[in-house]
Design a protein. Structure first.
Length: 204
């Protein structure tokens, strides 16, 4: 099973005194404006990064699943978090303090390099999606998003099972959930994706 580049083995995290925090659904890990004093990696479950507009509307900046780190830019730049991190489901995360994590990177060049690559891929994805939001139609946005998820996600028996709901895909693409449902059905009819009985989307 392939994990995102930059995933750090549990034994390495333990060596540098990382601790596991258990969270209930809806529990906040950090809030917008807080100082970034620790590094976080999803061990199990799902986390979303969200910010609120002045009108109180929620904007989802991203979802993170097993093996993925989140909130890295403020950690490395020592700036406040621009968004909050919230557990979407019951979740466990690794938490490691700044001093220990920076030492981990100094001691493990390959991990440092792999993490840099993973962050670079995320920046490329954000650039692509910004362009998509500005000029591309809804169907193109979703196919681009699904392609990115497949390229960077975990595969099971050579197929990729999308770990996100229709609502979560809509959040990531800046669309209404009804639009995403319609697009997925169209992609299935064109045999671009397959749907399992439980509704999960499968990409070959």
């Amino acid at each position: 099973m392939k994990k995102e580049a930059g995933t750090i083995p549990d034994q390495v995290l333990k060596k540098y005194d990382a601790s596991v925090i258990k969270l209930e659904k809806g529990q906040t890990i950090f809030r917008e404006g807080e100082a970034a004093r620790a590094f976080f990696i999803v061990k199990r479950g799902q986390v979303k990064m969200v910010s609120l507009s002045k009108g109180g509307k929620e904007f989802v900046q991203g979802y993170f699943t097993e093996g993925q780190s989140f909130g890295e830019p403020p950690f490395f730049t020592e700036e406040p978090y621009p968004a909050a991190a919230i557990a979407v489901v019951p979740t466990e995360i690794w938490k490691i303090g700044r001093t220990n994590f920076l030492q981990l990177l100094r001691d493990n060049f390959e991990i440092h390099l792999a993490m840099t690559r993973a962050l670079g891929l995320r920046l490329i994805y954000k650039s692509i999606m910004l362009s998509e939001l500005a000029i591309e139609k809804a169907g193109h946005r979703i196919t681009t998003l699904l392609r990115h998820l497949k390229e960077t996600g975990q595969k099971d028996d050579e197929v990729y099972i999308v770990p996100f709901s229709r609502q979560e895909l809509a959040d990531m693409a800046g669309l209404r959930v009804e639009t995403v449902i319609r697009i997925i059905k169209n992609l299935e009819s064109r045999k671009i994706v397959k749907l399992r009985r439980d509704g999960k989307i499968i990409l070959d």
